[in-house]
Design a protein around this ligand. Sequence first.
Ligand SMILES: Nc1ncnc2c1ncn2[C@@H]1O[C@H](COP(=O)(O)OP(=O)(O)OP(=O)(O)O)[C@@H](O)[C@H]1O
Ligand code: SF4
Ligand SMILES: [Mg+2]
Length: 310
Amino acid sequence: MNLLEIIDLKTHFPTSNGLVKAVDTIDMSISEQETFGLIGETGCGKSVLGHSIIRLLQSDTVMKGKIIYKGKNLLEISEAEMRNIRGEEIAMILQNPTTSLNPVITVGEQIAEAIRLHQRLNKKDAKQKAIEMLEAVRIPSPSQRANEYPHEFSGGMKQRVMIAMGLACDPALVIADEPTKGLDVTIKIQIVELMKEVTAQKAMLLITHDLGVASEMCDRIALMYAGELVEYASVIEIFENPLHPYTIGFLDSLPGRGLVPIPGMSPSLIDLPDGCRFHPRCSHVMEICRQKHPGMTEMKDGHFVRCFHA
Ligand SMILES: Nc1ncnc2c1ncn2[C@@H]1O[C@H](COP(=O)(O)OP(=O)(O)OP(=O)(O)O)[C@@H](O)[C@H]1O
Ligand code: SF4
Ligand SMILES: [Mg+2]
């Protein structure tokens, strides 16, 4: 059953240079307990899509379409209702623990505060719950570590704190934005193992550049390009039978697969190319690609592609 369904979503930012179409017509769904990976080059709109789901965007942002969570359109509910959903129902594990944690408040107090925002617990009980969360993310000596400040934690341990904070109110859906960014390989493997364990009963939108992490954790993977999804399918299908030239290029640019970068640059989100948004960079480009915008087509069971050539 779908926990989240996104229909025709647009998230546009008005700027002095024009409208930035960061998310432009996204349709996707995440079912209960599914981990859905979102992959794509820098600036293609992944974080904006994640922030759109919990409506954490500046006030002049133009949003259209529907984000249906447990049958409710999140774009139509009040800010007060949305505050209850954030953290308790849908939580975000942020991209950068160094800037997301407050340097002058102890780690235990920060997690306790996140808990007290949503649950009617007194300070003592919230602190106790924070210690339990630190234990759940395998931080040694959690009662002692709870009284320490973020700078006393290593990068990997800080990331564990971010995971503890995100999961503190037991959300059904977790949006994890680059949870392994900047971690060295050994720590990355530990964080992936931990996330798999603590989110096993939850649905997750996992935003990452790292296809290795995505293949370890995800049930399905979507490739995003210039504000839209261009392909999605099960992990096995994406790796064994990629169909979109962008997906194929992305896979070929990985270490171990030849490291061949996709030529050219991502288009401006203010001035998107006509037709297929990938056409200026595509080696299979045909006349129709310059004129018509390809729709998403199901090529086989659950494998969707936006390409005239596929
Ligand atoms: N508040 C804003 N106002 C104007 N443009 C914005 C705003 N927020 C994001 N953008 C633009 O939207 C586009 C998508 O940004 P986003 O942060 O979602 O990229 P991303 O795919 O997460 O990239 P990365 O992989 O580097 O994290 C970028 O071009 C960015 O500059
Ligand atoms: S629609 Fe055309 S330009 Fe776009 S990816 Fe497919 S072949 Fe390339
Ligand atoms: Mg991002």
